[in-house]
Design a protein around this ligand. Sequence first.
Ligand code: 5GP
Ligand code: ZN
Length: 113
Amino acid sequence: MSDCIFCMIANQEIPSKVVYEDDRILVFHDLEPQAPVHVLMIPKKHIASLDELTEEDAGLIGHLMLKVKEVASLLGLENGYRLVNNCGEDGMQTVKHLHFHLLGKRKMIWPPG
Ligand code: 5GP
Ligand code: ZN
């Protein structure tokens, strides 16, 4: 999608600090980190949110989920981490391209705000 900021990042039209990339997904540092480690994991394909996922994307999202532990290990998160998805208005999703926040290197609190 031409007006989507994360599509632009995936297409390298906007620079980002890339942590991991393959043909289907991209992982890059969040612009406003909320933890010492805060990266965003996105499918390169434009999917607006978890609500827009279809059966067709099962393999893609399975691939992304299986990469979480690999990226966590790459970033030295051996003591644990938190994976977050904000969906829709109540979920406080601000960028309408599916993404998962991977946060670590600090003790998280529960419940989240
Ligand atoms: P959301 O609130 O939609 O779950 O998360 C969007 C995230 O994207 C926020 O944590 C925000 O800091 C990050 N973000 C927004 N614009 C950019 C950008 O241009 N580059 C990067 N690296 N992160 C961004
Ligand atoms: Zn997009």
